[in-house]
Design a protein around this ligand. Structure first.
Ligand code: FAD
Length: 452
């Protein structure tokens, strides 16, 4: 058993942990980053599958994500825009593909009016929410005890309007069924992106990608830390007291003054804490759960949909793949589509054989792009539910009523143990931007505490 001593030990080499580690180093503190996997990046992972470069986890950058944009610039990485020339496609309750441009789906005028009316209400509510303290709003309890679905249905009787309004924070973001999380959780999701309208605007929220993949961010951050990043080191135990922490992995004992748990809160229970975490943390961590989405990659010999004047952007609350986009890599002659299958739909397709699942998902993509979509040269499903050190996608959120009850304590340090992850961010919540913000925040808290 090798013994290591540092000022701060960081559990998790994702964007949050590596950001914190770099900040702490710059402030003159020594660090060790312990990572369970054999790679850095966590939910950021670029790989080559059958000759195609795929971004298996997070990839898009939006204009409001200043923390991420600053990091990208500082690391000298290049970005490029998502392809968006031409018409988008919407499949309505009639099962037919309708072309459209702009943000409003091509629905009946009454439905369009209802979507616009409720969106205005939502933008007004979101403007009242501080994404860093949604629980502090005077209506937080009321908004946290009504489901997103029930609230929408209390606003309009138009089912198509409800489905379209619901999926922006439901299938597309929190990736949980809309009956399983609250209006407040939904407002937080929207507030973290600036407004509800921003969240539904694909050109905003899915704006840019990084050349070579977004995993370049953690890879380059880790490069700067050199040997202080230790791979294949799942932390099994954490002893803690007022004076410091001792983490144990299968090969190392690491002593430090502070620890940062820089991973999804659903994984805290994988670590044996001695003494146990306090009652409040025991309770609150049980009210968080991961969403669940399959990111489907389909690569074709060329971006055939562009020949039909299609941008590749496609939505439908009625389709198995509720949204899909042109995801062709920078400078690639081949064309890539990315589709998403979320929450209960994802449960359903995992009941099928791999072959049937592929067939069903490609069938759904063909409803947007035509029969050619059924014949990719490379097909791959990102299955984060099977990843032991993540257990779902994209991130964790509170169950009904949990956000106003426990949210305020999620980031609160327990003695020398600090918490940082995208899943507890305000701005950039559930995104890489939020992970980086949390990394900076926790590092500055530790630097301040070290000066005392
Ligand atoms: P993580 O990336 O989860 O890192 C935590 C690390 O801790 C992991 O490496 C894990 O292995 C490690 N770990 C866990 N437990 C232990 C332990 N006991 N001991 C040691 N190590 C441990 N965000 C965007 O901004 N844009 C997108 O387009 C986008 N799309 C996404 C698509 C998918 C399919 C997924 C899965 C996520 C997506 N996200 C996106 C979300 C984004 O990837 C995450 O919010 C962000 O990467 C989380 O960073 P993190 O550092 O907080 O946590």
């Amino acid at each position: 058993m090798a013994e290591i001593t540092r000022d701060v030990l960081i559990i998790g080499a994702g964007a949050a942990g590596l950001t914190a580690a770099n900040d702490l180093r710059k402030a003159g503190l020594s660090v060790a980053v312990l990572e369970a996997r054999d790679r850095v990046g966590g939910r950021l992972w670029t790989d080559v599958i059958e000759g195609a470069m795929l971004e298996i986890g997070g990839q898009w950058v939006s204009p409001d994500q200043d923390a991420l944009k600053d990091t990208i610039e500082e690391l000298g990485l290049e970005t490029y825009s998502r392809y968006r020339e031409g018409d988008s496609v919407y499949v309505g309750p009639d099962g037919k593909a309708h072309r459209f441009t702009g943000e409003m789906f091509p629905v009946a005028p009454e439905t369009e009016a209802e979507i616009a009316r409720v969106t205005e209400i939502l933008d007004a509510l979101v403007a009242e929410i501080d994404p860093d303290r949604p629980w502090a709003h005077p209506s937080a309890e009321d908004w946290d005890t009504i489901t997103w679905d029930a609230w929408l249905r209390s606003q309009t009787d138009d089912d198509e309007a409800v489905r379209n309004l619901a999926f922006a924070t439901g299938s597309a973001m929190l990736t949980k069924p809309t009956h399983s999380f609250s209006l407040l959780q939904s407002l937080l999701m929207a507030a973290s992106a600036g407004s509800y309208s921003n969240l539904v605007d694909a050109d905003f929220i899915l704006d840019k990608r990084v050349v070579g993949g977004l995993q370049q961010v953690p890879l380059r951050l880790a490069e700067r830390l050199g040997d202080d990043v230790l791979l294949n080191q799942p932390v099994r135990g954490l002893e803690w007291s007022d004076t410091g922490v001792v983490a144990t992995t299968d090969q190392h004992t690491v002593r430090a003054r502070h620890a940062i748990l820089a991973h999804a809160p659903v994984l805290y229970s994988r670590i044996a804490f001695d003494p146990p975490l306090p009652r409040r943390q025991h309770q609150l961590h049980q009210h968080l759960s991961m969403g669940f989405v399959i990111k489907v990659h389909a690569v074709y010999d060329r971006p055939f949909w562009r020949e039909q004047g299609l941008s590749g952007t496609a939505f439908s609350p009625y389709e198995l793949s509720h949204e899909a986009y042109d995801n062709t890599n920078h400078g690639d002659e081949r064309g890539t589509l990315v589709g998403f299958v979320s929450d209960a739909n994802a449960d359903g397709v995992f009941e099928l054989s791999a072959e049937e699942r592929k067939e069903r998902i490609l069938e759904s993509l063909s409803h947007y792009y035509g029969p050619e979509a059924k014949n990719p040269v490379v097909y791959y499903e990102s299955d984060w539910g099977s990843e032991e050190w993540t257990r779902g996608a994209y991130a964790a959120s509170f169950d009904m009523g949990g956000l106003h009850r426990y949210g305020a304590d999620l980031r609160t340090a327990v003695g020398p143990i600090h918490f940082a992850c995208s899943d507890m961010a305000g701005a950039g919540y559930q995104h890489v931007d939020g992970a980086i913000r949390m990394g900076h925040l926790v590092a500055s808290n530790i630097v301040d505490a070290s000066r005392d």
